[in-house]
Design a protein around this ligand. Structure first.
Ligand code: ZN
Length: 248
């Protein structure tokens, strides 16, 4: 039996599979892993949330960076890995996809919004920091194109930022709770493309495993939690998952 056969059997036998996805699933869609060596965040110091709030120049810099990478993100489409998860959701076997990604590709692959738990927010739209009102990026970009005008909430006057969780910003409480519930209800927890180094997010696989779920890790590189896993596959996610689920 190959590891691929093991994975197929585990997916077949499980009743409640929860996926936990990281940058590795999206690099296969051409989205660079900003945290990887040589990635943009190792060249530019990340803008901390406190600095964003305190400084108009920092807010301008964050929008400059956003629009510099905007087109790559807009062009990206879901890959076979995303589609395999969408199929499991469609089959009623996967009640939740917990993701560290901010690219919206799970939703683009057909997973309903209500089943995607975004731990680090979403960069495909913006929101007011104070009242959470949603704003589209095209609207921000139009204003910013004129003398780098900073967007301000039309409802409350608050600062507008991409709907992501920045460094120094607290984790979203509702999403953390939903992720915990999903992890504890899973009988199979599958990590896809996360190196499992960013906490508290990386605590969910441990939580699921300790609660009796089987743990599968599919990642190109070894992770710190491999020892705890029932199955580890160091390979491409799209190819591995599409074969196991039977989609392309
Ligand atoms: Zn507002």
């Amino acid at each position: 039996m190959s590891k691929g056969d093991d994975l197929r059997r585990m997916l077949d036998e499980a009743r409640s599979i929860v996926a936990f996805t990281g940058a590795g699933i999206s690099t296969e869609s051409g989205i660079p892993d900003f945290r990887s060596p040589g990635g943009i965040w190792t060249r530019y110091k990340p803008i901390e949330f406190g600095d964003f709030l305190a400084s108009a120049e920092m807010r301008r810099e964050s929008w400059r960076r956003k629009f510099a990478t905007h087109e790559t993100l807009q062009k990206a489409t879901p890959n076979a890995g995303h589609r395999a998860l969408a199929r499991l959701v469609e089959l009623g076997k996967m009640p939740a996809v917990i993701t560290q990604n901010i690219d919206g590709l799970h939703q683009a692959s057909g997973v309903p919004d209500s089943k995607v738990i975004e731990l680090h927010g979403n960069t495909t739209y913006a929101a007011c920091i104070d009242c959470r009102r949603r704003y589209e990026l095209d609207w921000v970009r139009e204003a910013f194109a004129v003398d780098e005008q900073l967007p301000v909430c039309t409802a409350c006057g608050g600062h507008i930022k991409t709907a992501t969780i920045s460094f120094g910003q607290s984790m979203p409480e509702a999403e953390m709770e939903r992720a915990q519930e999903a992890a504890l209800a899973a009988d199979l927890f599958i990590v896809l493309g996360s190196s499992l180094v960013v906490y508290p997010a990386a605590g969910f696989p441990i939580m699921a495993k300790r609660n009796g779920a089987q743990l599968v890790i599919v990642n190109r590189e070894p992770t710190d939690q491999d020892d705890m896993a029932d199955l580890v596959i160091n390979a491409e996610i799209g190819a591995t998952m599409s074969r196991a689920v039977g989609v392309n």
